[in-house]
Design a protein around this ligand. Structure first.
Ligand SMILES: Nc1ncnc2c1ncn2[C@@H]1O[C@H](COP(=O)(O)OP(=O)(O)OP(=O)(O)O)[C@@H](O)[C@H]1O
Length: 212
Protein backbone atom coordinates (compact mmCIF):
# COMPACT_ATOMS: atom_id res chain seq x y z
CA UNK A 1 0.00 0.00 0.00
CA UNK A 2 1.42 3.40 -0.99
CA UNK A 3 -0.11 6.71 -0.06
CA UNK A 4 0.28 9.19 -2.88
CA UNK A 5 -0.35 12.93 -2.87
CA UNK A 6 -0.40 14.75 -6.22
CA UNK A 7 -0.17 18.55 -6.26
CA UNK A 8 -2.21 18.86 -3.06
CA UNK A 9 -2.89 22.33 -1.78
CA UNK A 10 -5.57 23.86 0.44
CA UNK A 11 -7.16 27.28 0.81
CA UNK A 12 -8.85 27.91 4.19
CA UNK A 13 -12.35 29.38 4.33
CA UNK A 14 -12.25 33.12 3.74
CA UNK A 15 -8.58 33.11 2.69
CA UNK A 16 -7.38 34.11 -0.77
CA UNK A 17 -4.15 32.15 -1.00
CA UNK A 18 -3.17 28.53 -0.55
CA UNK A 19 -1.42 27.72 2.72
CA UNK A 20 1.45 25.79 1.14
CA UNK A 21 2.78 25.22 -2.37
CA UNK A 22 1.33 22.21 -4.25
CA UNK A 23 2.66 19.11 -2.58
CA UNK A 24 3.46 15.82 -4.29
CA UNK A 25 4.68 12.90 -2.25
CA UNK A 26 4.60 9.10 -2.25
CA UNK A 27 4.79 7.35 1.11
CA UNK A 28 5.94 3.76 0.62
CA UNK A 29 4.57 0.75 2.55
CA UNK A 30 5.96 0.86 6.10
CA UNK A 31 7.54 4.27 5.56
CA UNK A 32 7.00 7.15 8.00
CA UNK A 33 7.29 10.69 6.66
CA UNK A 34 7.45 13.48 9.24
CA UNK A 35 5.77 16.73 8.23
CA UNK A 36 7.20 19.83 9.85
CA UNK A 37 6.72 23.54 9.30
CA UNK A 38 5.73 26.73 11.10
CA UNK A 39 2.52 27.07 13.06
CA UNK A 40 -0.41 27.79 10.77
CA UNK A 41 1.24 26.50 7.58
CA UNK A 42 -1.46 23.84 7.26
CA UNK A 43 -0.01 20.61 8.69
CA UNK A 44 -3.13 19.60 10.63
CA UNK A 45 -5.34 20.70 7.75
CA UNK A 46 -3.38 18.45 5.38
CA UNK A 47 -3.83 15.50 7.75
CA UNK A 48 -7.56 16.29 8.09
CA UNK A 49 -7.90 16.51 4.30
CA UNK A 50 -6.39 13.04 3.86
CA UNK A 51 -8.34 11.57 6.79
CA UNK A 52 -11.62 13.06 5.61
CA UNK A 53 -12.29 15.26 8.64
CA UNK A 54 -11.34 18.69 7.26
CA UNK A 55 -13.74 21.47 8.28
CA UNK A 56 -16.22 22.64 5.68
CA UNK A 57 -15.35 25.61 3.50
CA UNK A 58 -11.77 24.73 2.56
CA UNK A 59 -11.01 24.74 -1.14
CA UNK A 60 -8.96 21.65 -1.92
CA UNK A 61 -6.85 20.88 -4.97
CA UNK A 62 -4.87 17.87 -6.15
CA UNK A 63 -5.22 14.12 -5.66
CA UNK A 64 -4.85 11.72 -2.74
CA UNK A 65 -4.70 8.01 -3.56
CA UNK A 66 -4.06 4.87 -1.53
CA UNK A 67 -2.85 2.04 -3.73
CA UNK A 68 -4.44 3.81 -6.66
CA UNK A 69 -7.83 4.31 -4.98
CA UNK A 70 -9.08 7.90 -4.95
CA UNK A 71 -9.51 8.64 -1.23
CA UNK A 72 -11.12 12.02 -1.78
CA UNK A 73 -14.10 10.34 -3.42
CA UNK A 74 -14.76 8.30 -0.26
CA UNK A 75 -16.33 9.33 3.08
CA UNK A 76 -13.91 9.26 6.06
CA UNK A 77 -15.14 5.92 7.40
CA UNK A 78 -14.53 4.16 4.08
CA UNK A 79 -11.00 5.46 3.53
CA UNK A 80 -9.23 2.83 5.63
CA UNK A 81 -7.07 5.53 7.21
CA UNK A 82 -6.25 5.45 10.94
CA UNK A 83 -5.62 8.70 12.80
CA UNK A 84 -3.82 9.38 16.09
CA UNK A 85 -4.33 12.81 17.62
CA UNK A 86 -2.58 14.63 20.47
CA UNK A 87 -5.36 13.45 22.73
CA UNK A 88 -5.89 9.69 22.52
CA UNK A 89 -9.64 10.38 22.17
CA UNK A 90 -10.76 7.17 23.81
CA UNK A 91 -14.52 6.88 24.29
CA UNK A 92 -15.18 8.06 27.84
CA UNK A 93 -18.20 5.79 28.38
CA UNK A 94 -16.47 2.58 27.26
CA UNK A 95 -14.03 0.28 29.06
CA UNK A 96 -10.54 -0.25 27.66
CA UNK A 97 -11.68 -3.52 26.06
CA UNK A 98 -14.76 -1.94 24.48
CA UNK A 99 -12.66 0.95 23.18
CA UNK A 100 -10.42 -1.58 21.45
CA UNK A 101 -13.32 -3.65 20.14
CA UNK A 102 -14.81 -0.53 18.57
CA UNK A 103 -12.15 -0.66 15.87
CA UNK A 104 -12.63 -4.30 14.96
CA UNK A 105 -13.67 -5.16 11.46
CA UNK A 106 -17.04 -6.89 11.04
CA UNK A 107 -15.56 -10.39 10.68
CA UNK A 108 -14.15 -10.26 14.22
CA UNK A 109 -17.25 -9.03 16.01
CA UNK A 110 -18.43 -12.44 17.29
CA UNK A 111 -17.83 -12.80 21.04
CA UNK A 112 -14.93 -15.27 20.95
CA UNK A 113 -12.91 -13.75 18.07
CA UNK A 114 -13.57 -10.34 19.58
CA UNK A 115 -12.26 -11.34 23.01
CA UNK A 116 -9.23 -12.99 21.44
CA UNK A 117 -8.39 -9.95 19.28
CA UNK A 118 -8.80 -7.54 22.20
CA UNK A 119 -6.70 -9.69 24.54
CA UNK A 120 -3.96 -10.01 21.93
CA UNK A 121 -3.93 -6.23 21.32
CA UNK A 122 -3.68 -5.59 25.07
CA UNK A 123 -0.85 -8.09 25.35
CA UNK A 124 1.01 -6.34 22.52
CA UNK A 125 0.45 -3.00 24.25
CA UNK A 126 1.86 -4.35 27.53
CA UNK A 127 -1.60 -3.99 29.07
CA UNK A 128 -2.66 -7.63 29.45
CA UNK A 129 -5.71 -7.97 31.70
CA UNK A 130 -6.83 -4.33 31.28
CA UNK A 131 -10.07 -5.24 29.42
CA UNK A 132 -12.48 -4.10 32.14
CA UNK A 133 -10.51 -1.02 33.22
CA UNK A 134 -12.15 2.39 32.97
CA UNK A 135 -10.16 4.26 30.32
CA UNK A 136 -10.08 7.32 32.60
CA UNK A 137 -7.78 5.44 34.99
CA UNK A 138 -5.01 5.02 32.39
CA UNK A 139 -1.81 7.08 32.20
CA UNK A 140 -1.11 9.23 29.13
CA UNK A 141 1.24 6.64 27.65
CA UNK A 142 -1.20 3.80 28.29
CA UNK A 143 -3.99 5.80 26.65
CA UNK A 144 -1.87 6.40 23.56
CA UNK A 145 -1.01 2.71 23.30
CA UNK A 146 -4.72 1.81 23.52
CA UNK A 147 -5.50 4.46 20.87
CA UNK A 148 -2.89 2.96 18.54
CA UNK A 149 -4.15 -0.57 19.09
CA UNK A 150 -7.75 0.54 18.49
CA UNK A 151 -6.64 2.11 15.21
CA UNK A 152 -4.64 -0.97 14.17
CA UNK A 153 -7.49 -3.38 14.95
CA UNK A 154 -9.45 -1.63 12.20
CA UNK A 155 -6.66 -2.79 9.84
CA UNK A 156 -5.91 0.65 8.37
CA UNK A 157 -4.18 0.92 5.03
CA UNK A 158 -2.49 4.21 6.03
CA UNK A 159 -1.87 6.02 9.34
CA UNK A 160 -1.92 9.72 10.11
CA UNK A 161 -0.28 10.93 13.32
CA UNK A 162 -0.99 14.53 14.35
CA UNK A 163 1.26 15.61 17.24
CA UNK A 164 0.28 12.39 19.02
CA UNK A 165 3.32 12.42 21.32
CA UNK A 166 3.36 16.14 22.14
CA UNK A 167 1.79 15.87 25.60
CA UNK A 168 4.00 13.05 26.84
CA UNK A 169 7.12 13.84 28.86
CA UNK A 170 10.40 13.29 27.02
CA UNK A 171 11.28 9.81 28.34
CA UNK A 172 7.83 8.40 27.75
CA UNK A 173 7.62 10.19 24.45
CA UNK A 174 10.58 8.26 23.01
CA UNK A 175 9.11 4.99 24.27
CA UNK A 176 5.63 5.59 22.85
CA UNK A 177 6.98 6.94 19.57
CA UNK A 178 9.10 3.81 19.21
CA UNK A 179 6.09 1.64 20.03
CA UNK A 180 3.86 3.36 17.48
CA UNK A 181 6.41 3.46 14.65
CA UNK A 182 7.44 -0.16 15.24
CA UNK A 183 3.86 -1.42 14.97
CA UNK A 184 3.11 0.67 11.89
CA UNK A 185 6.38 -0.37 10.21
CA UNK A 186 5.86 -4.07 10.99
CA UNK A 187 2.45 -3.95 9.31
CA UNK A 188 3.92 -2.17 6.26
CA UNK A 189 1.51 0.74 6.68
CA UNK A 190 2.52 4.08 5.11
CA UNK A 191 2.36 6.87 7.70
CA UNK A 192 2.41 10.66 7.82
CA UNK A 193 3.42 12.17 11.16
CA UNK A 194 2.95 15.88 11.90
CA UNK A 195 5.35 17.16 14.54
CA UNK A 196 7.31 20.13 15.84
CA UNK A 197 9.76 17.85 17.60
CA UNK A 198 13.22 17.13 16.19
CA UNK A 199 13.34 13.73 17.89
CA UNK A 200 10.16 12.72 16.04
CA UNK A 201 11.79 13.84 12.80
CA UNK A 202 14.92 11.81 13.55
CA UNK A 203 12.78 8.72 14.15
CA UNK A 204 11.02 9.10 10.77
CA UNK A 205 12.33 7.74 7.47
CA UNK A 206 11.99 11.12 5.75
CA UNK A 207 11.17 14.68 6.72
CA UNK A 208 9.05 17.04 4.70
CA UNK A 209 9.25 20.73 5.52
CA UNK A 210 6.13 22.71 4.60
CA UNK A 211 6.78 26.37 3.88
CA UNK A 212 4.12 29.07 3.71
N1 LIG B 1 -12.11 25.58 10.25
C1 LIG B 1 -11.29 26.56 9.83
N2 LIG B 1 -11.81 27.71 9.33
C2 LIG B 1 -10.99 28.69 8.90
N3 LIG B 1 -9.65 28.63 8.93
C3 LIG B 1 -9.09 27.52 9.41
C4 LIG B 1 -9.86 26.43 9.91
N4 LIG B 1 -9.03 25.46 10.34
C5 LIG B 1 -7.77 25.94 10.14
N5 LIG B 1 -7.81 27.17 9.60
C6 LIG B 1 -6.65 27.99 9.23
O1 LIG B 1 -5.82 27.22 8.41
C7 LIG B 1 -4.46 27.53 8.71
C8 LIG B 1 -3.70 26.25 8.98
O2 LIG B 1 -4.13 25.66 10.20
P1 LIG B 1 -3.52 24.28 10.67
O3 LIG B 1 -4.11 23.96 11.99
O4 LIG B 1 -3.66 23.29 9.58
O5 LIG B 1 -1.98 24.66 10.84
P2 LIG B 1 -0.78 23.84 11.48
O6 LIG B 1 0.36 23.95 10.52
O7 LIG B 1 -1.22 22.47 11.85
O8 LIG B 1 -0.49 24.70 12.77
P3 LIG B 1 0.04 24.28 14.24
O9 LIG B 1 1.47 23.86 14.07
O10 LIG B 1 -0.08 25.56 15.01
O11 LIG B 1 -0.85 23.19 14.76
C9 LIG B 1 -4.45 28.50 9.86
O12 LIG B 1 -4.26 29.79 9.33
C10 LIG B 1 -5.82 28.35 10.44
O13 LIG B 1 -6.25 29.57 11.00
Amino acid sequence: MSLKLGDVTLIPPGAEAAMFAPLSLTVAPGETVCIMGPSGVGKSSLIAHIGGHLARGFRCFGSVTLNGVDLLALPAEKRGVGVLFQDAQLFAHLSVGDNLAFGLRAGLRGRVPRQRAVAQALEQAGLAGFEARDQATLSGGQRMRVALMRALLAEPRAMLIDEAFARLDSGLRAEIRGFVLEHIGARKIPALMVSHDEQDALAADRVLQLRP
